[in-house]
Design a protein around this ligand. Structure first.
Ligand SMILES: [Zn+2]
Length: 477
C-alpha cells in the first residue's frame, strides 16, 4: 500500500511539473506534507483564565496542541504550514453542554441531524453533550458523520412512576380518561430512559449505560433521595459524572446536591425547593407540577431563603448549574407569537419559569455557583426556534450581567468541567497536549459576546473548516 501510494505521488508530481513547463529534465523531490500547523499573529484567549496574549503563536500537530503562547515562546518548526491570523482572535472550540440531537418522530435522525451538526460546527461549537437520547442509537448515527462536533452522551434514568404512572384510568365529568405514562412519550421520540427503583442494582444500571456508550448518567424524574444517592455513588465508583434535572420529584435540588450529584440543569427547577416534602411527593403529573410551579415561582420567590440556601450548597460542594435560559426565552416567544391568545397551564408555567429562572441565575452567580453554558438546543424545526449556545451566552451577558469573559469561560473551560470524565482533561482550553479544537474570529469576543458570530474558521482535532464550506455542504480540509 505504501509503495503504491508513493508511486502515485511521484506520478502526480511529474505531471504537475510537466504542466507548469518548469521541468528541466530532472525531478525535484516532492515537498514533505507539513505535519505541524502554526497559527501566527492571533490574539490568543486560551480559556484558562489568563488574559489575552497578542501576536501569539499556536502550534498544532496532528489532532493535538503542541504549544501556545507569545511569539518567541513557541518555536515554529521548519516546513510548518503557516496560517496567518494577524489581528484576529483565537479561542478554544465552544462547548454546548446541553443539547438533544435525536428526534425520530421529527426526522432529526438522518439528513436533518447531519445538517444540524454542520451548523453547530459553523458556529464554532466543537463539542456537545446530549442530555437525553438513546446513547447507542445516537452514537451510531453520529459516528457515520465525518463533519460534526464531538458528541458526548448521557444515559437518562428515571423512577418507576415515570414509566407506569398514567396507566390507571381516572374518572372525570366527561368519563374515563386513560393517560400514557411520560416515559412512553419520551420513547416515542426514540429516546431510551432506564428505570430505577430504590434498592435495584445501581452498579448494573451504570455498567449498562457505559456499554451503550454513555459517559455519564442524567437523573430525570420520579427518583426518591435514596435512589439518587445510590445512583450517584455507583456512577462515581465507575468514574462517571451524574447530572440531574432540577428537581427529580420528589427529590429536591438540595437533596440532589448533598447526594453528590455533579450538576443540575434548568434554573426554573429550583422552584421545587419552595414545596414541602409532602407536596413534592404529590406533584407527579406534568399538569399538577406545572400549575404548582406557576403558583410559587416568581421574581420575588427566587430570593427566598430556601433558594439561597440551595445555591450556597451548590457553591460549597462545587455542584455545577446549567440555567438553560435560551430555551425558556424560546418558549416565552412561542406564546408571545400566538395569534389567538388562550392562556393555558403550560403558558402560565413558562412565564413563571422565565421570571423565576432569570432571578435564580442572578443569585447563583452572586453566590459563586459554577455555571455551565448549556442551551437545551434541539436538532429539528426552524433554526430560529432552536435554542443556541450563542443565545445562551448573550442572555448570560445581557440579562445576568456576566462579563463576556465569564460567559465564554462557561462555554469553554467550565463546560469541559461540566462534561467531566476523560474529555474534561482534553478540551475547553488551549494548552499543550489538549485536542486542537479552536475557533478563529475576526472580532474580539471579550468586547462584545456577539462577536462570536465572526467565525473565520473552526478546527476540530486539527481539521479545519470555514463556515461557508460547512453551510454550502462542501467539506474541505
Ligand atoms: Zn434538555
Amino acid at each position: 500500500m505504501v509503495k503504491a501510494l508513493s508511486g502515485s505521488l511521484s506520478f502526480v508530481a511529474a505531471t504537475l511539473l510537466g504542466a507548469c513547463g518548469s521541468g528541466a529534465g530532472k525531478l525535484a523531490a516532492p515537498a514533505p506534507i507539513a505535519s505541524t500547523t502554526a497559527i501566527v499573529g492571533a490574539n490568543l484567549w486560551d480559556g484558562t483564565g489568563h488574559p489575552m496574549v497578542s501576536n501569539a503563536v499556536t502550534l498544532v500537530e496532528g489532532d493535538r496542541i503542541l504549544c501556545a503562547g507569545a511569539m518567541g515562546e513557541c518555536t515554529i518548526p521548519a516546513g510548518a504550514r503557516i496560517i496567518d491570523a494577524q489581528g484576529q482572535f483565537l479561542i478554544p472550540g465552544l462547548i454546548d453542554s446541553h443539547v438533544h440531537l435525536l428526534f425520530l418522530t421529527n426526522g432529526s435522525a438522518g439528513e436533518e441531524l447531519a445538517l444540524d451538526l454542520r451548523d453547530l460546527l459553523a458556529q464554532g461549537v466543537t463539542t456537545v453533550r446530549d442530555m437525553g437520547t438513546d446513547p447507542a442509537a445516537l452514537l451510531a448515527r453520529v459516528n457515520a458523520i465525518q463533519t460534526a462536533p464531538r458528541v458526548y452522551v448521557m444515559q437518562l434514568v428515571a423512577g418507576r412512576r415515570f414509566f407506569f404512572n398514567g396507566f390507571h384510568p381516572t374518572q372525570t365529568a366527561r368519563g374515563t380518561v386513560y393517560r400514557q405514562p411520560p416515559a412512553m412519550a419520551m420513547q416515542a421520540l426514540g429516546w431510551r430512559p432506564v428505570v430505577y427503583a430504590r434498592g435495584d442494582n445501581a452498579d448494573s444500571v451504570v455498567a449498562a449505560a457505559r456499554a451503550a456508550g454513555a459517559m455519564g448518567i442524567k437523573l430525570y424524574a420520579q427518583l426518591d433521595s435514596g435512589s439518587v444517592r445510590e445512583l450517584a455513588a455507583a456512577a462515581h465508583r465507575a468514574g462517571m459524572p451524574v447530572w440531574g434535572h432540577a428537581w427529580v420529584q420528589p427529590t429536591s435540588v438540595l437533596e440532589q446536591a448533598t447526594a453528590g450529584q455533579d450538576g443540575v440543569v434548568h434554573a426554573a427547577g429550583l422552584a421545587g425547593e419552595l414545596f414541602t416534602v409532602e407536596e413534592r411527593d404529590t406533584l407527579i403529573r406534568d399538569g399538577d407540577l406545572q400549575s404548582a410551579t406557576a403558583r410559587v415561582a416568581t421574581g420575588e420567590s427566587a430570593h427566598d431563603p430556601r433558594i439561597l440556601a440551595v445555591l450556597d450548597t451548590l457553591a460549597s460542594r462545587g455542584t455545577m448549574f446549567e440555567p438553560t435560559l435560551d430555551a425558556t426565552r424560546h418558549s416565552v416567544a412561542y406564546y408571545d407569537s400566538r395569534r389567538r391568545h388562550i392562556p393555558s397551564i403550560q403558558e402560565d408555567y413558562v412565564r413563571a419559569a422565565s421570571a423565576f429562572g432569570m432571578e435564580v441565575t442572578r443569585e447563583a452567580v452572586r453566590h459563586g455557583v459554577g455555571i455551565s453554558a448549556g442551551s437545551d438546543h434541539v436538532a429539528f424545526g426552524p433554526v430560529r426556534d432552536r435554542p443556541s449556545l450563542l443565545g445562551e451566552l448573550q442572555l448570560l451577558v445581557d440579562s445576568i450581567a456576566l462579563t463576556p469573559t465569564a460567559a465564554l469561560l462557561a462555554a469553554t473551560r467550565d463546560a469541559a468541567r461540566a462534561i467531566g470524565g476523560d474529555p474534561s482533561r482534553r478540551i475547553g482550553t488551549i494548552e499543550p497536549g489538549h485536542l486542537a479544537d479552536l475557533v478563529l474570529l475576526s472580532k474580539n469576543p471579550l468586547e462584545n459576546i456577539r462577536n462570536l458570530e465572526s467565525v473565520e474558521w473552526v478546527m476540530r482535532g486539527g481539521r479545519l473548516w470555514r463556515p461557508g464550506q460547512l453551510r454550502s455542504g462542501i467539506a474541505l480540509r
